[in-house]
Write a protein that binds this ligand. Structure first.
Ligand code: MV4
Length: 449
């Protein structure tokens, strides 16, 4: 096992990784930017290193600074958390060349899955259903028109280097297709320096259902059930739950087995997520792989009892997964609410600043993953998430009752948060009945005014 790990992240996930390391008896090296001297996990770290000024590009994305910190602090491995350098194959290669273990998938696997066209090819070869569409990249306007007419409108033009909803264009006819094709290519070129696009049939108001996987270096791959992440706003997830309220046991097994086949075909290692769209007829389609630990991983930890961060560290050190597929049972219902420093009544405008009061909810069925404390100042430079409230109860109905109770208990003063939105969402009959899709939040705000 590793003796010492550097945590190349901030906020709640840096704290979460620190906790896992402590329990494994591993020393931690915390890195931080000049805006982050007050981060909670710095207090628990064995060593702390300032890696640069507030902007991420000069600190948490600063590869030379991170490698220098890792060398000086003499770590054996780096955990990237999510975001920042977590899916940067170049960074993984640099770590490898410096003899530092990257706690995540191999560089070539991240690169292959990061290219959504290649990921779809791997999926198809593994017998995983994907959304009908172009067979690979679409080169020009004429090919785009031919593909769109063949699969039928509406279609979605996506950037091969995109993912997470960036650089997508819907087209309902030939005219919007031609415009969308050129717009998507230009956007992809400027955002990713890669103008490659592909086309898929547009699935109307799907649910977003993703499978958590774990893979070790010995060819063992397991899935840990699904998370329904349909409640999103502008591709930012707000609520995630497991199990998905509308998935049958047969669909769950089929989706889980598909995810494992894909992971094996890709040579996957570490924790990862295989994303699917679930259409209104209950059919599922692979869309992309997230080659990292995700924000919403605690939902799966609660229903399976598996510590995903611990497994990630263990398998990176060459150990075998501590669970087999037969060991994994989904128990009860878990749901996570992202408490962001944003004002839901002002178009989710960020609300950084001083937390004057913080009362964290607790009690049966409540988990609070947060780096926030009374007197902490939320800096304006980064993601606005300040806490994750995770509820685990025997049934969805009970989980929602506990969620209401916990959200009422919690108190954050000094900044606006998404708490008020969740208290209202918990009264909405569609949400109570599990009838949500990716359009829920927009409709919810449409109805409110
Ligand atoms: C789609 C889709 C409909 N049809 N693909 C957005 C995020 C990215 N991971 C994939 N996304 C979508 N892909 C086809 N062929 C609709 C979305 C989508 C979406 C997906 C999941 C959660 C929220 C979403 C919000 C808008 C669009």
């Amino acid at each position: 096992m590793f003796r010492r790990i550097l945590i190349a992240n901030r906020g709640e996930i840096a704290l979460r990784i620190t906790r896992a390391c402590k329990e494994l008896g591993i020393e931690t090296v915390a890195v931080y930017s000049e805006a982050d001297r007050d981060l909670l996990h710095l207090r628990y770290a064995d060593e702390t290193v300032c890696i640069g000024p507030a902007p991420s590009s000069e600190s948490y994305l600063n590869v030379p600074a991170l490698i220098a910190a890792a060398e000086i602090a003499d770590v054996e491995a780096i955990h990237p958390g999510y975001g920042f350098l977590s899916e940067n194959s170049h960074f993984v290669e640099v770590c490898q060349s410096c003899n530092i273990r990257f706690i995540g998938p191999p560089a070539d696997v991240i690169a292959a899955l990061g290219d959504k066209v290649r990921a779809k090819e791997i999926a198809r070869a593994a017998g995983v259903p994907d959304v009908p569409g172009s067979d690979g990249p679409v080169k020009d306007e004429a090919e785009a028109l031919a593909v769109a007419r063949q699969i039928g409108y509406p279609v979605l033009i996506k950037a091969a280097a995109g993912g997470g909803g960036r650089g997508m264009r819907v087209a309902h006819n030939d005219v919007s297709l031609v415009n969308g094709f050129h717009a998507a290519r230009a956007e992809a070129e400027s955002a990713f320096k890669d103008s490659t696009v592909y086309i898929e049939k547009y699935i109307d108001r799907p649910r977003h259902v993703e499978i958590q996987i774990l893979a070790d270096q010995h060819g063992n791959v397991v899935h840990l059930g699904e998370r329904d992440c349909s409640m999103q706003r502008r591709h930012q997830k707000l609520v995630e739950e497991s199990p998905c309220p509308v998935l049958s046991d047969e669909q769950r097994t089929a989706m889980g087995e598909a995810a494992v086949r894909l992971a094996k075909a890709a040579g996957y290692q570490s924790a990862g997520t295989v994303e699917f769209l679930l259409d209104r007829d209950g059919k599922f389609y692979f869309i992309e792989v997230n080659a990292r630990i995700q924000v919403e991983h605690p939902v799966t930890e609660e229903v399976t009892g598996v510590d995903l961060i611990r497994e990630m560290i263990r398998v990176a050190a060459g150990e075998r997964l501590s669970v087999t597929q037969d060991d994994i049972k989904v128990t009860g219902h878990a749901i996570e609410f992202r408490i962001n420093a944003e004002d839901p009544d002002a178009a989710f405008k960020p609300s950084p600043g001083l937390i004057e009061t913080l009362i964290a909810p607790a009690g049966p069925g409540v988990r609070w993953d947060s780096h926030a404390y009374q007197g902490y100042r939320v800096p304006p430079h980064y993601d606005s998430m300040v806490a994750k409230l995770i509820i685990h109860r025997a049934t969805r109905r009970e989980a929602l009752a506990t969620a209401r109770r916990a959200l009422e208990e919690m108190c954050i003063e000094g900044i606006a948060t998404t708490r008020s939105l969740f208290l209202r969402v918990l009264e909405h009959s569609d949400f109570i009945n599990g009838e949500i899709d990716t359009g829920f939040i927009d409709r919810f705000f449409g109805q409110q005014r």
